[in-house]
Design a protein around this ligand. Structure first.
Ligand SMILES: Nc1ncnc2c1ncn2[C@@H]1O[C@H](COP(=O)(O)OP(=O)(O)O)[C@@H](O)[C@H]1O
Ligand SMILES: [Mg+2]
Length: 288
């Protein structure tokens, strides 16, 4: 694929000095070999994020500490407005905290300049969005290898085949997004996120636009990426069923972590959410 827009050209330019690093990364064994459950891929300390000023000030995050260990699927849950998106964007280097710090794969990202941060995102982070975000003019196959094309990298053929088989798109590779169902489009997005073998894969409501059956297929895929490839996944969801596939469920309320628990059933998660939604907010309590 030839770069056409200024943005694509910038991305290509930024890619050039990390090619050697990518070379090593893609010539390595699948991540399964280096899986280490005790190792934190993402660390965050004392994160706070406020919006606005004075009386209109909103505390989206308040003093959040979190470590995400390698090769696990972590779900982030909480009522609307509890800070889930803010936390995910900050952990992924898409937004800066007002206070605190974030490390990804040993690099403190809260100190990086924009150019280095862009490189780090491209090299170490995969994204899956609620709305798929595929490029309409590219085929499924071209969408899947886009992160490599932008970095002027050829795909490792064996890994590319593994990923395409895992997502079940072998016979859909020449289709464009408009010719694919929602579930198939999201599976393309999952493959695109896996193709670079990111240190961490962030998924923001990945089943939000899908019916329960195709949503379930996408969740199975995320689960398998953890179990078979040792992928680290952080998924924001407000669906108890989706969160029940996680190894760990972190609940936010009013910008704080209020519960952080391993392996919860759908019913336990559902009850926890109901309790959080009816409990008074921290602000209301402290005002009494
Ligand atoms: N750009 C913004 N400007 C002002 N307030 C914001 C902005 N983004 C989020 N907020 C506020 O921060 C809080 C947390 O938002 P968010 O992280 O989007 O929550 P969630 O994803 O859990 O619904 C909410 O009160 C929200 O209104
Ligand atoms: Mg949100």
């Amino acid at each position: 694929m030839q770069p056409t827009t200024t943005r694509e050209r910038e991305q290509l330019a930024q890619a050039s000095d990390t090619l050697a690093q990518l070379e090593r990364q893609f010539n390595g064994e699948p991540r399964r070999a280096e899986r280490d459950e005790s190792r934190a891929v993402v660390t965050a300390r004392g994160l706070s994020r406020t919006y606005g000023k004075g009386g209109a000030k909103v505390h989206a995050l308040r003093d959040v500490d979190i470590d995400i260990t390698q090769g696990r699927l972590t779900a982030i849950m909480g009522p609307s407005g509890s800070g889930k998106s803010t936390l995910m964007h900050i952990l992924a280097g898409l937004d800066q905290p007002t206070g605190g710090r974030v490390g990804i794969d040993g690099v403190e990202i809260t100190r990086l300049k924009e150019k280095k941060l862009t490189q780090l995102r491209r090299d170490k982070i995969g994204f899956i969005f609620q709305s798929f975000n595929l490029l309409a003019t590219l085929t499924a196959d071209e969408n899947i290898v886009l992160p490599l094309s932008l970095a002027r990298r050829r795909a490792d053929e064996a890994w590319r085949r593994t990923v395409i088989e895992a997502v079940g798109l072998t016979d859909r590779l020449t289709h464009r997004p408009a010719e694919l169902s929602g579930g198939q489009q999201q599976r393309v997005a999952v493959a695109r996120a896996l193709i670079t073998r990111p240190a961490v894969l962030f998924a923001d409501e990945p089943t939000g636009n899908l019916d329960s059956r195709t949503g379930g297929e996408v969740l199975d895929l995320l689960r398998r990426s953890v179990d078979e490839f040792g992928q680290t996944v952080i998924m924001v969801t407000h669906d108890a069923g989706a969160a029940s596939i996680a190894d760990r469920v972190v609940f936010l309320k009013d910008g704080r972590i209020v519960l952080d628990q391993d392996r919860m059933s759908r019913d336990e998660i559902y009850d926890t959410i109901k309790n959080l939604e009816t409990a008074p907010a921290a602000d209301e309590r402290s005002a009494r």
